[in-house]
Structure formats: structure tokens, C-alpha cells
Write a protein that binds this ligand. Sequence first.
Ligand code: MOS
Length: 756
Amino acid sequence: MQRATEALNRTLPDRDVDPLTTARRVVGQPVSRVDGPAKVTGGAAFTADVDLPGMAFASLVPSRIARGRIRRIDVTRAAAAPGVIGVVTHDNAPRMDTPVLMTLTAKGCAFIDVAPLQDDVVRWNGQAVAVVVAESQECADAAAHLVHVEYDADAARTSFGDLQSEAVFPADVLGEPPEITRGDVDGALAGAAFVVDEVYSTPQHHHMAIELHATVARWTPEGKLHVWDSTQALVRTRHSLAHAMGLPEEDVTVTCRAVGGGFGNKTVWDHQLLCVAAARVTGRPVRLALRRKDAFRMTGGRAPSRQRVALGADAAGRLRALVHDSVTGIVHENSPEQVSVPARHLYAADTYRIGQKKVVLDVVPNASMRAPGDSIGSFALESAIDELASRVGLDPIELRRRNEPAVDPTDGTRFSKRHLIEAYRRGAERFGWQERNRVPGGQRDGRWLVGHGTASAFYPYIRMPGGKVRIRITADGRAIVSAAANDMGMGTETVQVQQAAERLGLPIDRVGFEFGDTTLPESPIAAGSAQTASLVITVAAAAEELKKVLLKRVPRRSALYGLKPNDVVYRDGGLRHAGDPSRAATFEELVGEAEYVEAVGSSPMLPLEFMKYSMHGYGAHFCEVRVDAVTGETRVSRWVACIDAGRIINPKTAASQIRGAVIMGVGSALMEEGLVDRRTGRTVNASAAEYHVPVHADVCDIDVIFLDLPDPLTPMGVHGVGEIGIVGVAAAVANAVYNATGVRVRDLPITLDKIF
Ligand code: MOS
């Protein structure tokens, strides 16, 4: 660890903040969202609010078969309908290249692997086969029904459950082989004192962001393109669109100031390309806002999974064998559900086989969805661990303690930090785990059976390379930090103001964060819970560059004259000598007569030494459920989440991230299930009325505790907090339902028909 810390310090002098002290200046304060007033008063402008002069409106015509060809498409009646400006089909669409696909390292962010309307092929039910453009949304929607399409349908693979084993292929895991093994796991399983060997399954899940996907496209007379888009990936969207349209990137601008929730699929799909194409064909700026049913059928969610977990333990509950075999249904290679990742890092086992496979389906491509893979993989793994604890007769926390690894259990690397057992200790104390119901079905409160459950949270530390940040110091001594970053409502603007203020030695009301437009310095995607961590190190790099620029401006008479960047730190609204506080100058003095002084910093590469460390976030969920003894209806009545995600920049916004993730996890545990008609491949419950997510009445108080222990290897000691909170939630609920009723449900969602 010492060596890696030194490597980091070589890469990034980080003396302006001390991640290992508990001193709290700005970072660590529960600052309210700086964008809060605009959001709650309707002042924030979302993409569908963009209103351009001469703007027209688009409506999509979805395909009605899962696979096949368009035999004939007749747009005559639609084109003649009131208010219609034009209809775009594969007959008249501009040529478009496949946009660049989403991967961790590529610059694109598409989940579709062919551009729309380029041929007569239908690839899934719900794919757009035509776009109608009209003077109003109502005219466009009405005319869309008048497009007449005849199809030649082919046999399609739409049902995950019907697939035969010959259709199953290995699935990539980010940076790791599809399957890893050690020792004779089947032999160890056969000889174990206690065995759990079960199959768990999870259904198709859909993103249900409150704000639907929306795009506005405008072409300039010079052939440049400006797109307003509801996205979590501004710069990658520009790259994907420029590539698809054959434009240089500098001819495309993407703007997105406010996003009403994004969980992994506010990225590039057909609709952005269709909007851009419609604007080109009609010569008008065009707005294309998806309806709820379009979002279900034209953008992807979480793929269904089937997972076998087999655990073998000795008499003391120590794992001798761990098997996690999984299959998920996906469309293409680049976005597998990395279901097997938690099993690779959570428990020490003598022997293991941990792997993941996929089947290819004729459905809308799957996308990433909040902790893709980890969330559903942890449902199986953390349910099985709980089953094993019952079988051995151990408290499930004690079972975990006995299987806590000293180093990463599958790659042997040392942990940069790991406080999983401490998270269980603190969470158990807060929850009152000692007073829990100990006999399945043994606690009753009137008509309710009461149960308690626990499970581990887990998420990798990810940092995206390639970002830039500009810091501008104005003549009045304020700082404006700029990056083409994304705020989907998670508090990006607020925490960036905080961390930049701390680094620059300013109070937060003297720092502004400018984001949401690709004309600003290039910034990474907001995904993988990595945006904050990526910006923290890039702001640090920009602050170092800024020191050089500021020091060049130091006049001879100044106490800072002749000092080098390494000699000074940011403090109290300016620079001062690191060892001698009396040698200082304010920003106002340093900027002098200029309007502003600025510098741009680039994100440094992760030091190679980091590859020698296992870097993850951990946590412990505790919940209480009440199951109606007659109907089997389950309500979640209490929740404690204790999270080990490094140093917390803002405990208020971070706790909201965890609460949102727990609510989403409760939805997956009890309600969410995308249903496909296997005859047609059509998602049949494509509405908020039929695809259920928790509403306020379903949500109890969610008590969030952060250990707030810095990771010594990360800048400022921070990790991401966006996704870790959902991992383990469905298992904690399932474990509590078992504790309440004695019934183990291994197939999500845990609906009442599965309980009694
Ligand atoms: Mo997240 S599923 O990486 O937006």
C-alpha cells in the first residue's frame, strides 16, 4: 500500500487536501442541493422543455413483429393528415452509420448495434419503422396511426425461459475472464458438511426514470448539428452522433442541463438518430420525446437471469466450495450483465467456479441499469449465503465473518480498504439485530408476520480516464469550474462545488460549477458510479496547472515571488507557502488587472500499481418486512444501510443516492417484472400502471450510515455512491421474507402468489 500511495503522490501532489484527517472544512458537510430551488419550483429546463422557433414534433411508429422484414409500407394517408410535414421511413431516411457502442473504454454510448431505418429488417418488436413529423405533437401522434405496414415475419427467440443449452455462450465480464475456477469444486461440494444448491431467477427490468428520454435536433444552414438530449453521457453522445452522421465531432454540439433521473440507459438509442434524421429530411428543428410505452420498447433495461449458486461449508461454516453459474439474456456482446462479479470478491472459499453465460434474444437490446449484474447477482449469492447460515445454524453475519478473506479471494490482490465486517457491526447495532426474530414464522403483529433480513452491498471502484476540467479565477476572487459533466439529479453540481471549494481553499458560495454542454472541456460519462471520483482527480490536476499560471503572475514585491508550484498550497482564497502561512497572496491580488486567469487540467492515468489492489465499496443492508398472514402481501417496514464507500463529500446527497438505490432495489424485490408475449415478442406491461415500482406509500424511513473511512489510494479518499446501494437489497428482502414466513422465494419479484 505504501508503494501505491507514493505512486499516487508522484502522479498527483495532493497536499491541498488531506484525505486521512478527519478535519472537515467543506467536504463532509451536508450541503443542500444548489439546484434544489430550481428543481422544486419548475424553474429547471429539461430537454422536452426546449422550444425553438419553427420547431416541429415527431412521433414514432413501432414494429409489430419481433423479427422479419417490412414487405410494404404505405405512408400516403399519414402524409396527407392535418399538420403533417413529412414521414421518414427506410425509403427516404438519410444514410447513417452504426453509432459507436458503449463500453468502458470506447468513446461512444450506443446500445443499438445498427442505425434505424437503414433497411427493411425488423430486429425486435417495438423498433421504430417510421417517424411522422408534424406541426404539433397531437397531429404527429394521430398521423402515426395512419402509417400502414405489412410484414413478413420470421421465427423469433423472445423467451429467455424457452432457450436450449446450445444457444448459450460465454459472456464477457469487464476486465475478467467469463469463468474462473480453483480446485475440485464439485468434489468439495459433494464432501461438504452443509450444502446449499439452488437456482435463482430474475426477470426483465425496465428503467423508470420520471423524465422520459427526449431529443431536440437542429441543423444549421452550414450543416452543423445542435442536439439537446436527456443524457448521462454528453461527450459520448456527441461522438456517437457525429460518427453515425459522418460529421467531424466539432460540428456537433450536445446540450443537457437537467435530467430527471438516469440509471444507465440515458444514452444513445434509435430515437436520437431518428430525431436528427427527421430534422434533416424536413429542414425543421424537431423535438422527439418518447412516451412511456416507447421508453419500454425502444430503450433497453436489465436482462433476465437464471443463476445456480451452490455453497458447501464445513462444520464451522467455512466455505469449502462456491459455485455461481449464471445465464443472462442479452442482445450483443458489449453490455453483459456482470452477474458473477460479487461472487468473485466477497467470500473466501477453498474451491470455486464462478462464471457467466449469455443467450442472444430478438428483443430491444439490454442496457446497463443501476449496478448491472451486481444487483441481480447479489440476489442469488446473498440469498444462498443466508440459506447456508440457516442450515449451519449460524447468525448470517457470523457466517460472513468466518468467510471474510484476508486478500481478494480470487485474484489474490490486497484490499485498498475493506470495512465490510465493520459495516455489519455498525448496521446491526443501529438496526437492533440482536433483538431480531430468530425463528422463521415466529413473530406476529396482528395480521402481519414480521421478519428480519440482512445482505451485503458491494460495488467496484471505477474511475474514467480522459476527462478535462477548466478552472477560471475571476478578478473578484471567485472560481468557476467547467466540465461537460452530467447531473441526472444525483447532486453532481453540489458535490463538485464542494470538492472544488475545498481544494481551492474557498467557501462554497465563491465557487460555481458549469456543466451540461459539449462546448465545455470534455468530461467522462456519468456511469459506473465514477463521475464524482473522475472529476475529483481532474479538478486536482487543473488546480495544479492553475498554480503554475498564477505563480507566473506573482510580482517581484510579493511574498510568493520565486516560489514553485510544489512550494504552495491553496488556502483562504489564495495561495500561500506550504510551510510559512505569512507568505501568501489572495486570488484578487494574483489576477490583478486581468478579467480572469484560467487553466485546464487532464485526468492522469490510474497508476499501474493500482492494478495490484482490490478496490471496492462494501456495505450491509438490514430490513424488516411485514407479510400479511392471509394474503401474502409484503411490506417493507424498516431499513438500515451501512455503507463503506470511502470519504463522503456530502452526506446529504450521498444518503439520497443510497435511499434511491434501496427504493429501486425494493421495487426489484417485490414488484418489477417486464412481461413479454412470447408469440409476438411484445412487452405487454409497458406502462407505469402495469409495470410497478414503489410509490411513497411503499417506502419506509431508510436510515443510511456511512462509515466515511477514506480509501488511502483514491484522490480525496472518495468512492462512488450511485450504485452500491441497490446491491444486496433484493436478497435482504428475500431473507427477511423467509424469516417472516419460513418460505424461501428464489424467483423475483416476490409477489404474494409465491408466498402462500
Ligand atoms: Mo450506471 S448502470 O453505470 O448508469
